[in-house]
Design a protein around this ligand. Structure first.
Ligand code: AMP
Ligand code: ZN
Length: 115
């Protein structure tokens, strides 16, 4: 828990979110400024600022976030059409909230390479 962290406040229910999944290791909620018809953030309960701060002991947690994203994509019928999971690390890559989170985006086409 970091008292200045927006996502910690959401995790503590001090702030509202449209939660779509909760388990002992993470929650997932709708992004407030969606960039695709489906735009969900999968957020670990543990406050880790970014991928720069992870350690070997976090490997299972990182895998879990991807598995939850895949399950949500399945539930929303995105498995066939395709979807994207994105983890921005550092301001130069577009990270604006320094509590690690995985974006799940789907429901439209995506270009490669990303902008
Ligand atoms: P990033 O830029 O990768 O750090 O992603 C942060 C994401 O959090 C952005 O897509 C924002 O739209 C989203 N966001 C910011 N505040 C909230 C909030 N209160 N509830 C849900 N999503 C949020
Ligand atoms: Zn946090």
């Amino acid at each position: 828990m970091s008292k200045d962290c927006l996502f910690c406040r959401i995790l503590n229910k001090e702030m509202e979110s449209k939660t779509v999944h909760e388990d002992e290791r993470c929650i997932a909620f709708e992004d407030i400024n969606p960039q695709a018809p489906t735009h969900i953030l999968v957020v670990p309960r543990q406050h880790i600022a970014s991928l720069n701060e992870v350690a070997a002991q976090d490997a299972a947690l990182l895998g879990h976030l991807q598995l939850v994203a895949a399950q949500l994509a399945q539930q929303r019928g995105l498995a066939e059409s395709g979807y994207r999971t994105v983890l921005n690390t550092g301001r130069g890559a577009g990270q604006s909230i320094f509590h690690l989170h995985l974006h799940l985006l789907g429901g439209r086409g995506f270009r490669w390479p990303p902008g």
